[in-house]
Write a protein that binds this ligand. Structure first.
Ligand SMILES: Cc1cc2nc3c(=O)[nH]c(=O)nc-3n(C[C@H](O)[C@H](O)[C@H](O)COP(=O)(O)OP(=O)(O)OC[C@H]3O[C@@H](n4cnc5c(N)ncnc54)[C@H](O)[C@@H]3O)c2cc1C
Length: 465
């Protein structure tokens, strides 16, 4: 198994329980992968946890909801496999001691909601899951069924010929020596490619401005699978997330704070403009997906939150994590926060088109006064007219990778003719977000499928014995 993260650990546990001898090759100093950073939000329809709360739900309803939210862009075969097996994954976690937040499950948070309460997470996010996985893995390591090689990076597959049977992997350990590891099956669970700037740009077609993902997410599984004769699916579903205010203009930059853009939590007082100075979505839309899809179409997937001094003084803080005092301090501290005496100076300092910005603000002020906005916005408490003026640069960003390796319903990696490459399997985010959620973010639909596919590979799909 290449990669001991969210998908790799359950695969190892269940394969070992079935009698397999498992080797986990892990590039980092410890297993866990993206679970160290992940919010660990999961979703499944038809769990014992839901039943205990009186919620009647099914995998079919989960499937239908994902297809509705993603407007039919998810891969139906892969999605069905994920949702049908998700309840057993979740039941296993709870049986092993997982505890969800007391108010859970919920219908949604941070993404467009499901129609049923099937979305939940633990008090410590991804770490709440990792603790359970480590507890379940420990006895398998203790009895010698699973061996973990940390600080060991798989570099290539050992294969009879491109497209031919996979016999094992070559991996470089802490001593920098390359070693051949042979096995009956090789499972690629090496995670996404978000920390590989070159691969990200090649596949997604844009730069990744934010530094938000696990450093070992270098796309190694994809590189190895492609070299073995496979291909990628899902690139067309590229989609940024909304809300990120970065600390710096450098690339990649840490995420500093998030705009509270959900009107259920805070109604917008500001306008959002692109580099041409144009508004591009009604700022008070209830749909996360609508905001994200609108941002996708803007130059560099970027916009500025523009407001004036009266709004700054009167509105509740636009970033839930910050007070208004902290927001004011940010204008002297971070290059993504700009303050200017006039709109023209604001445009010049940010690079927003000055004529476009002036026209947009005039148009918005007139809509604010008449109550009739061309984009349909209803919440317009104040015009933007009292200097100084402010702009905060907001950048589209990614926690998930869009594209992934082609697999079939038995999680076998496919070649260009859609024939399985013998002995090669894949699970987790190296299969790409598009397989599970298409072009729209659906709550929990990366963590849960990763766990689930790892589990069913170990439980039944890998040939053992
Ligand atoms: C900040 C953040 C928040 C998120 N929140 C959510 C959420 O709430 N809900 C949700 O559904 N999804 C969420 N996601 C996504 C989700 O966490 C991931 O999709 C999922 O955990 C990936 O699991 P994985 O097993 O595919 O990869 P990982 O867990 O990253 O595991 C891959 C492992 O492979 C190792 N590896 C890499 N290359 C090699 C190599 N060459 N040789 C050996 N080992 C290698 C890595 O070190 C790592 O341990 C979030 C992601 C981020 C970054």
């Amino acid at each position: 198994m290449v990669g001991g993260g969210n998908a790799g650990i359950p695969c190892a546990i269940f394969a070992a329980r079935r009698g397999a001898k498992v080797l986990i090759i892990e590039a980092a100093g410890q297993v866990g992968g993206t679970l160290f950073l992940s919010s660990g939000q999961m979703s499944a329809g038809g769990t014992k946890f839901q039943k205990s709360k009186g919620i009647d739900d099914t995998p079919q309803e989960h499937f239908d909801d994902v297809m509705r939210i993603s407007q039919g862009t998810a891969n139906p075969t892969i999605l069905r496999l994920a949702v049908e097996n998700a309840p057993a994954t979740v039941d296993w976690l709870f049986d092993a001691g997982f505890e969800a937040r007391p108010e859970h499950p919920v219908m949604g948070s941070g993404h467009d909601p499901y129609s049923k309460k099937r979305y939940f997470w633990g008090m410590e996010g991804g770490l709440s899951i990792l603790k359970i996985l480590e507890k379940e893995l420990a006895p398998e390591i203790a009895r010698g069924a699973v061996t973990v090689l940390t600080q060991t990076e798989a570099t290539e597959l050992i294969q009879q010929r491109p497209g031919g049977a996979v016999m094992g992997v070559v991996a470089v350990g802490p001593d920098k020596m390359a070693t051949r590891h042979l096995g009956k099956s090789v499972v690629l669970t090496c995670g996404p490619y978000g920390s590989n700037a070159r691969m990200f740009e090649e596949i997604e077609g844009v730069r990744d401005f934010a530094d938000t993902v696990y450093p070992y997410s270098q796309g190694a599984g994809i590189t190895m699978a492609l070299a073995a004769g496979s291909y990628l699916r899902g690139q067309q579903c590229h989609q940024p997330l909304f809300n990120a205010i970065l600390a710096d203009l450098e690339v990649p930059s840490p995420l500093l704070v998030r705009l509270t853009s959900d009107p259920a939590t805070r109604q917008p007082w500001e306008i959002w403009v692109n580099a041409r100075g144009e508004r591009f979505v009604r700022e008070d839309t209830l749909s996360y997906d609508e905001r994200e899809k609108a941002l996708l179409k803007q130059p560099d997937e970027r916009c500025w939150i523009v407001f004036d001094d009266a709004i700054l003084k009167e509105s509740p803080s636009m970033c839930r994590q910050w007070t208004n005092g902290e927001l004011i301090d940010a204008f002297g501290t971070y290059p993504t926060f700009t303050k200017a005496a006039s709109l023209a100076e604001l445009a010049q300092a940010t690079g927003i088109d000055a004529a476009g910005l002036a026209a947009t603000v005039a148009d918005y002020n007139s809509a604010q006064s008449s109550g009739n906005d061309k984009l349909g916005r209803k919440h317009m408490p104040r015009p933007i007219e009292t200097g100084p003026f402010y702009a905060v640069r907001m950048q589209g960003y990614y926690l998930l990778n869009t594209a992934g390796v082609a697999i079939d319903a038995n999680l076998r990696v496919l070649d260009h003719d859609d024939k399985p490459i013998p002995n090669l399997y894949g699970a987790g985010e190296m299969l790409g977000m598009a397989a599970f959620q298409g072009q729209s973010y659906c709550g929990g639909m990366s963590v849960t499928p990763a766990l689930t596919f790892g589990k069913i590979l170990g439980e039944r799909l890998l040939p053992i014995g």
